[in-house]
Write a protein that binds this ligand. Structure first.
Ligand SMILES: [Zn+2]
Length: 337
C-alpha cells in the first residue's frame, strides 16, 4: 500500500509499505477521507509539538474515516463493508485515568500521527474495533472524518457546561472555532459571538449561525458589550485569550482549546474576583456517539467546511494550502485517489 511519510521538516515522501494485519480485537480499515489539522501542519513545519518530537519517519493524519475490510482475531463488532469514523487515540484501558473514564488523559495513549505512532495518510490502517464507530450512509466520508474535530467541540462544550440559553464567546474562527460554534448552538446556546481577524472566516461563522461576529482588529472586545457565560478559546493567541477572559461574566467558565505558547499571561484579578473556572482540554473522551448523532441529524454542518481534496501524492500540498489561501478551512486527503 502507499503511505505519505514525513521524513523530516518539510519533507514528505510517498512510499510503498506492507499492508498492516489487524491484531487481536482490531479491524483493518480502508481509509476514505482524512482531514488535515493544524497539528499535522505543525509537525510538517517544525518536526515537533511540545514534548512530542518526530525522531523517525512518521505518517501524519488523525481525522480519518473509511470502510472495515478485515477483522482481526476476536474482533466481532463490525461486518466487512461497514463505514466507520475512526477515533484516533486508543488508551491502555487499565490505568487510573482510564478507569476513571478520562481515557483522553491516559499516559499510555497511542494516538494516530503523534510520534511514534503512524497516522492515516495511507491506504489502510488498523484500529481497535471499539474505536471504529459506525456512521450512517447519510454522513459522507468527509463528514465522518471530521467527526474528530467535531469531537473537540463537543468536549469543549461539555467542559464549559453549555446549555440552553448559555451565552458563548468563541475566540478564533478556524476549523475548531467554527465547530465549537456549531456544537454550542446544538447544545442550546442562544447568543454565540465569534471573534477573529480574518473577514472570510468571520463571514463563514455568520453563515454557520453565529449571532454576532467581531473583527478584533477593527473593534475591541471590551467595547462590544458582550458578557459570555462561557469562553471557548480557540485562537491560541495570548492577547486575544487575555482580552476574552476579561469579558467573561461572573462565575463563568473559560475553556482553553487552542494551543498557544507554553506560557501566556492571564488576568488573575478577573479570574479571582469573578470566580471564573479555567480548564484546559486535551482531545476528548466518549464523544463519538454524540458527534455522529449531531452530524446525522443535520444539527451541524461538516461538508461545508471542506475547501479542497487531495490525493495521497499531494499531502504536502494539502498541508501547505492554508498558508497560501486565507479562505481555506479544511483540506481533506483522499488516500484512494
Ligand atoms: Zn490508561
Amino acid at each position: 500500500m502507499r503511505a505519505a511519510v514525513l521524513h523530516g521538516v518539510g519533507k514528505i515522501l510517498l512510499e510503498d509499505r506492507p499492508r498492516p494485519e489487524p491484531g487481536p480485537g482490531e479491524v483493518l480499515v480502508q481509509v476514505a477521507s482524512v482531514g488535515t489539522c493544524g497539528s499535522d501542519v505543525h509537525y510538517y513545519e517544525h518536526g515537533r509539538i511540545g514534548d512530542f518530537v518526530v525522531e523517525s519517519p512518521l505518517v501524519l493524519g488523525h481525522e480519518a474515516a473509511g470502510i472495515v475490510v478485515q477483522a482481526g482475531p476476536g474482533a466481532e463488532r463490525h461486518r466487512t463493508g461497514q463505514r466507520v469514523s475512526l477515533e484516533p487515540g486508543v488508551p491502555d484501558f487499565t490505568c487510573a485515568q482510564c478507569r476513571a473514564g478520562r481515557y483522553n488523559l491516559c499516559p499510555r495513549m497511542r494516538f494516530f500521527g503523534t510520534p511514534p505512532i503512524d497516522g492515516a495518510f495511507t491506504e489502510y490502517v488498523t484500529v481497535h474495533e471499539e474505536f471504529a464507530h459506525p456512521v450512517p450512509d447519510t454522513v459522507s466520508d468527509d463528514a465522518a472524518a471530521l467527526i474528530e474535530p467535531l469531537s473537540v467541540g463537543v468536549w469543549a462544550c461539555r467542559k464549559a457546561r453549555v446549555a440552553p440559553g448559555t451565552r458563548v464567546l468563541v475566540t478564533g474562527a478556524g476549523p475548531i472555532g467554527l465547530l465549537c460554534l456549531q456544537v454550542a448552538r446544538a447544545f442550546g446556546a442562544t447568543d454565540v459571538m465569534v471573534t477573529d481577524v480574518n473577514p472570510a472566516r468571520l463571514a463563514r461563522a455568520r453563515e454557520l449561525g453565529a449571532s454576532a461576529i467581531l473583527d478584533v482588529r477593527a473593534e475591541s472586545l471590551a467595547d462590544a458589550a458582550f458578557e459570555p457565560d462561557a469562553l471557548l478559546e480557540c485562537s491560541g493567541h495570548p492577547a486575544a485569550t487575555a482580552d476574552a477572559v476579561r469579558a467573561v461574566a461572573r462565575a463563568g467558565r473559560v475553556v482553553l482549546v487552542g494551543m498557544g505558547g507554553d506560557e501566556i499571561p492571564l488576568p488573575l484579578t478577573a479570574l479571582q474576583t469573578r470566580e471564573l473556572e479555567v480548564t484546559g482540554t486535551f482531545r476528548y473522551a466518549n464523544t463519538w456517539p454524540a458527534a455522529i448523532a449531531l452530524a446525522a441529524a443535520g444539527r451541524v454542518e461538516l461538508d461545508a467546511l471542506v475547501t479542497g481534496h487531495y490525493g495521497l501524492a499531494r499531502v504536502e500540498e494539502a498541508l501547505t494550502a492554508g498558508a497560501r489561501d486565507p479562505e481555506l478551512v479544511k483540506a481533506v486527503v483522499r488516500p484512494q485517489e
